[in-house]
Design a binder for this molecule. Structure first.
Ligand code: G3P
Length: 214
């Protein structure tokens, strides 16, 4: 399973990337707005820190305008992935951009048919938002598992990018169900390794070692 970081914060990205297990980055307009920086400059900096796929999202809602924005974003760096909303206009834009060889990430996916459609249209990545489904009492993991089954049934090569992962259990479950990628906030990424018994065990090892030196 690949790990993507769901952030536009450069300090978070630098720190996480130093562990050598960050395979890509996802951003969205909300995350970019939080940083208060020029969008394209910020995305270019992110692309330098993480050489893997970096999703940058369009803000237009009409296909031609999305295509225009997507082409501009794709010029920023070779590793840019154009993020498009999963609406009819987004699928039209996807068809054009995919035809031009631009990598795409279809976002705001909440049910399996949306995922089937964007795979048929040639999306590089599909982003089901698991946490937001859980928030309204639906089972995000079940939707992920249905998408996995549909893609496997037909051999679609669109990669499933499990998004809106809020805690380590979400990441573990997404891996179990077979998501190709999990994108997560920095806070979740940092908590993946945590276990109290690891901390207690290490403390004990070091205390025993110190005692033996006296
Ligand atoms: O980047 C999209 C997604 O991961 C958002 O997550 O926590 O705002 O639902 P969240």
């Amino acid at each position: 399973m690949k790990f993507f970081l769901d952030t536009a914060n450069l300090d978070e990205l630098r720190d996480a990337a130093a562990m050598g297990i960050v395979d890509g980055v996802t951003t969205n307009p909300s995350l970019v707005a939080k940083e208060g920086k020029d969008f394209k400059t910020l995305v270019a900096e992110i692309c330098e820190i993480v050489p893997g796929p970096v999703s940058a999202e369009v803000v237009s809602t009409e296909a031609n305008a999305m295509v225009k924005e997507g082409r501009e974003l794709a010029k920023i760096a070779d590793n840019i992935v154009v993020k498009l909303p999963t609406i009819a206009e987004g699928v039209k834009a996807l068809t054009v951009l995919a035809g031009e060889g631009v990598k795409t990430n279809l976002t705001l996916v909440f049910q399996p048919l949306q995922a089937l459609i964007v795979a048929k249209a040639g999306a590089t990545f599909v982003s089901p938002f698991l946490g937001r489904l859980d928030d309204i009492g639906h089972d995000g993991m079940e939707v992920l598992s249905e998408i996995r089954q549909i893609y496997d049934n037909y051999g679609f090569r669109t990669e499933i990018l499990a998004a809106s992962l809020r805690h380590p259990l979400h990441v573990a479950q997404a891996a179990k169900v077979g998501a190709d990628i999990g994108t997560m906030p920095y806070k979740t990424f940092k908590s993946l390794l945590n276990h109290p018994l690891t901390d207690i065990g290490l403390e004990r090892f070091l205390a025993d070692w110190k005692a033996a030196q006296q």
